[in-house]
Design a protein around this ligand. Structure first.
Ligand code: EPU
Length: 462
């Protein structure tokens, strides 16, 4: 398992370009199942999640290849398979995005339930309710969703749930509705830019869709969708992570290939807490103002502050003098990063769906464990700011959603290296040296150098 070794405390400076959006690429790639003819996608990032979905789509009869100019070319070559097996779906929840396209085009789908997740309870009842409203027969048997429909009929479909709408649920119902006879009206639909991007891809493929980006989407179904070309939007969550990276390291970055209009809540919140963000050409310029200010922030569905940036913001607010409160209304249990941030010196306690953050003057390097994608990003941000050395383990979570992250950070001045630990069960650790008791005054913080990290003894085999 790979890990990052980071020597923090260096301001990040320079220019960095954002990749294509992971969460837009995945439902668009899945929607290719519903298209007849070749599809060419630009800006699909090189990520573990993209590879996982590509494996599943290959199993479902899609021919996929990267062209020389880094476009993804996809075409259905065999439309007979309808089963998304557990061994692939369990590796990535977004695999559930094949359900709507399979049902719409092939009229049959057998998709493994995605299972548990580190960011909290993630049911798919709204996906199933929405597809049933279009006339599908749905059952759940032996851990699989079975969906079939000889015909789908346009209907009013309510997609709102207890915590707002559902992003991938809207994607599933939207794609299936393209094949329903007559008009479908999706109410309580997700407004996220990634849903809009999927809708624009479907329109380019021949679908009749109105109301994208609002909570009411109308779809006039038809018999087919045809091959097309599409450029995926830039990743707004990656951009938000780099905005925070500049602020937390007191650096100065220019961020290119970014859609500022997709980042309004993030930019507004960061400005409120003292981060300087300005447009520069087509990009954004970000640096730290004089001082960070504490804040109360709620993660909400788009256009609210994104849950996918909640952990990274918590890392930044850990350095704001005073008390901040970060609440997640979308995933109220998405707080596994808090104890690990505390290992890096933060002072945060959880209260229900909130993290109560008491600002500290600085982080200190430590060994930490990543628990999910955005939690890992928060730990990396804190490690980049922390004087001393840090080790972040289980970075396979980061590789799921951030393209070549260390290669993007290094030219900006980050001291970060990827260490491959062949013996998975022999963890690496950083040990602060113990000073003799009679030393006058507190010892200065000193840590072992990244290259002299030592292997701990394995557990005693009793
Ligand atoms: N929900 C239900 N019933 C459902 C579906 C969702 O109650 O049938 C609830 C969830 O429990 C949650 C809320 O609705 O409280 C929102 O869940 P949603 O379905 O919107 O999440 P998702 O579609 O599974 C996508 C992103 C997530 C992102 C969320 C929220 C993809 C592939 N994933 O997940 O991204 O956090 O929307 O914006 O698009 C990430 O990239 O790190 C990530 C987790």
């Amino acid at each position: 398992m790979d890990m990052f070794v980071v020597r923090g405390g260096r301001p990040l400076r320079g220019t960095v370009a954002m990749s294509g959006s992971k969460n837009a690429s995945l439902p668009i790639m899945a929607a290719v199942l519903a298209v007849e003819g070749p599809v060419t996608l630009r800006n699909v990032p090189h990520l573990a999640d993209v590879s996982t979905l590509a494996s599943l789509l290959t199993r479902l009869g899609v021919d996929i290849r990267r062209t020389e100019n880094d476009e993804l070319r996809l075409e259905v070559v065999d439309a007979s398979a309808c089963v998304a097996p557990y061994d692939l779906v369990r590796r990535m929840r977004a695999s559930i995005c094949v359900l709507g396209p399979l049902l719409g085009r092939r009229r049959r789908a057998c998709v493994s339930l995605p299972g548990g997740c580190n960011i909290g309870h993630r049911p798919i009842d709204l996906h199933l309710r929405g597809l049933a409203a279009l006339g599908a027969e749905i059952s759940v048997e032996r851990g699989y969703v079975l969906a079939k429909a000889d015909r789908l009929r346009g209907a009013v479909v309510d997609l709102s749930g207890p915590t707002g709408s559902t992003v991938t649920g809207t994607c599933n119902v939207l794609t299936a509705a393209c094949f329903a006879e007559g008009r479908s009206v999706l109410t309580g639909a997700a407004c996220e830019p990634e849903v809009v991007d999927l809708g624009e891809f479907l329109i380019a493929a021949g679908a009749a869709i109105n109301g994208l980006g609002t909570s009411t989407i109308e779809v006039d179904g038809g018999p087919t969708l045809h091959g097309t070309r599409h450029a995926v939007i830039p990743d707004r969550i990656e951009a938000a992570t780099f905005l925070i990276a500049a602020a937390i390291t007191r650096g100065d970055l220019r961020i290119d290939n970014v859609r500022a209009d997709h980042l309004s809540a993030v930019i507004e919140t960061l400005r409120q807490i003292g981060v300087r963000i300005e447009r520069e050409g087509l990009g954004l310029r970000v640096s730290m103002g004089d001082a960070l200010r504490p804040a109360e922030v709620c993660a909400l569905p788009y256009p609210g502050f994104p849950t996918d940036v909640q952990a990274q913001l918590s890392a930044l607010l850990s350095l704001a003098p005073g008390t901040s409160v970060v609440t997640d209304h979308v995933f109220p249990d998405r707080f596994l990063h808090l104890p690990e941030l505390c290992r890096l010196g933060a002072d945060i306690r959880r209260e229900g769906a909130s993290g109560i953050i008491h600002g500290v003057p600085q982080f200190s390097g430590a060994s930490v464990m990543a628990s999910d994608l955005r939690a890992s990003a928060a730990l990396l941000l804190a490690a980049l700011a922390a004087p001393g050395d840090s080790v972040i383990r289980r970075i396979y979570h980061l590789d799921r959603g951030y393209e070549r992250l260390e290669d993007k950070l290094r030219p900006l001045g980050a001291d970060i290296c990827r260490v491959t630990d062949a013996a998975e069960n022999v963890p690496l650790t950083l040990v602060p040296p113990l000073e003799p008791c009679d030393t006058a005054g507190p010892p200065p913080p000193k840590f072992l150098q990244p290259r002299s990290i030592t292997a701990e003894l394995p557990d005693h085999p009793i």
